[in-house]
Design a binder for this molecule. Structure first.
Ligand code: 5AD
Ligand code: SF4
Length: 454
């Protein structure tokens, strides 16, 4: 979602004359868009700010001083504290206020160029979400694969998670707004859209026909956009995996056969301490239903090891669940206490060394499953949406329906160039832990068509 938010900040700043640069030292405005989910992510910001400070000082007194902004959930959580720790920061704003960037930037610019200005260090960390979406300009190009936020915030309050406090209460965008944004992304070249939300399958937006639509109905509406070849959504909570959504995986062919459905732990004791409101058996039953609807669906999850109270036995239950499911890929983390969350006040803290050991074992198993999953594709024909340029002129990269990164080598740079942004049939020639290598089978395929060979 931070990637999406960053593209929207660009949309807001473009009319002011800003353009993106790859080099921070060339920038008149640097915005760090921050994540508060684990301590490591949050702490990185201050070292990054230290580096930017040196660059800002070089530019000080020159015709165009550099401004530094900190956005996102760390900005939201720390507010004024951030300006105290890093007083050279010009703007601190939360995830729900970036539509006001033009006004904030104008004030910050006045302060940076006028020595007498009083208005130093602008802070804007208001809620709620609604005005932001109403005030954002039309989304511009994100390339062949685009993100679209449809839901923000979360009311689930998992004991370990800071999201309900930083992103705020759950909010769904109206169906009509989502459809308009999807159409403009597709008009700008998107062939795949990933619908985003902290708890995306809790979606319940106002519908054009009155009442509210859940995610399955929204997906069916988006299928009507003819050039849209692929749809995905992330991240989902098992409790919000409604029967109509599971069914949609069986009947909506643009919905890709891949689902990131975090379970966090395989132990009912830990799931209960985490306030996840489901058991391991509930989760496995959902996966059975998904596989019945879409037999080739690939699964992904998030795991936390070392949540307060997690015993050796609990951890073994997580390994057993992973063995049983067989994941295509997954993310796993050591539990990190977050300020203000119920878990941060729990007893039975797991020692750091135990967390590290458990994480290594879990990741060993997940990596093994990921490699096995990828190796199963060698020799297969797979449709890939080529959304990235590769290391060579004749190479493009993209994603398989199952989310694997695929590097495709064309015979010529011209062949690669003409296939960019389209779905192309490729043959997988080798598998690596994090990607597949392939050659095109018929690169003349036109945009938006999913071949029926797989
Ligand atoms: N410690 C470790 N991992 C966490 N996550 C969320 N909060 C924490 C925390 N306090 C993980 C969860 C979530 C993912 C986005 O980040 O696994 O699904
Ligand atoms: Fe955090 Fe996800 Fe739980 Fe919401 S459902 S509290 S975002 S982990």
């Amino acid at each position: 979602m931070n990637v999406y938010d960053a593209t929207r900040m660009v949309d807001v700043l473009t009319p002011l004359g800003y353009r993106c640069t790859e080099k921070p030292e060339d920038a008149d405005l640097v915005i760090l868009n921050t994540c508060h989910i684990r301590e490591k992510a949050a702490e990185k910001i201050y070292s990054e700010l230290g580096r930017l400070r040196a660059q800002k000082e070089i530019r000080n007194g020159g015709p165009q001083p550099m401004m530094i902004g900190v956005a996102g959930c760390v900005a939201q959580a720390e507010g004024a504290e951030m300006l105290r720790r890093a007083p050279y920061v010009d703007l601190v704003f939360g995830p729900q206020t970036y539509h006001r960037l033009p006004e904030m930037v104008a004030r910050a610019h006045r302060a940076a160029t006028d020595r007498k200005a009083q208005d130093r260090g602008i802070i804007d960390t208001e809620f709620p979400v609604e005005p932001k979406f109403d005030s954002l300009p039309v989304a511009t190009s994100q390339g062949p694969s685009a993100f679209l936020t449809i839901q923000e915030g979360c009311d689930r309050f998992c004991a370990f998670c800071v999201v309900p406090y930083t992103r705020g209460a759950e909010f769904s965008r109206p169906v009509a707004d989502v459809v308009t944004e999807a159409r403009s992304l597709v008009a700008a070249g998107a062939r795949e859209i990933t619908l985003l939300g902290q708890n995306v399958n809790a979606y319940h937006g106002f519908s054009p026909t009155g009442g509210e639509w859940r995610l399955a109905a929204l997906i069916e509406e988006l299928v009507g956009i003819s050039e849209l070849a692929r749809l995905r959504y992330t991240t989902s909570h098992p409790r919000d995996m409604s029967p109509d959504l599971i069914e949609a995986h069986g009947k909506v062919d643009v919905l890709m056969p891949y689902l990131h459905l975090p379970v966090q732990s395989g132990s009912d004791n830990v799931l209960s301490a985490m306030n996840r409101q489901h058991s391991a058996a509930d989760y496995l039953a959902i996966l059975d239903a998904l596989r019945a609807a879409r037999p080739d669906i690939a699964l992904s999850s998030d795991f936390i090891v070392g949540h307060p109270g997690e015993t050796d036995e609990d951890f073994e239950a997580t390994l057993a669940l992973v063995e049983q499911v067989g994941y295509a890929q997954a993310y796993s983390f050591k539990y990190s206490p977050r300020p203000g969350t119920p878990a941060s006040a729990m007893e039975d803290v797991v020692p750091e060394a135990v967390k590290s050991e458990r994480l290594a074992r879990l990741q060993g198993l997940l990596n093994k499953q990921q490699i096995e999953f990828n190796e199963g594709f060698v020799g297969e024909l797979v449709p890939v949406l080529l959304d990235r340029y590769g290391r060579r002129d004749s190479q493009l990269a993209g994603r398989s329906p199952w989310m694997q990164a695929v590097h495709v080598d064309f015979e010529s740079a011209a062949g690669a160039q003409s296939a960019y942004g389209t779905v192309v049939d490729v043959q997988i020639i080798s598998a690596h832990p994090n990607s597949l290598a392939a050659v095109p089978v018929n690169s003349a395929r036109t945009a938006g068509q999913e071949p029926a060979t797989v």
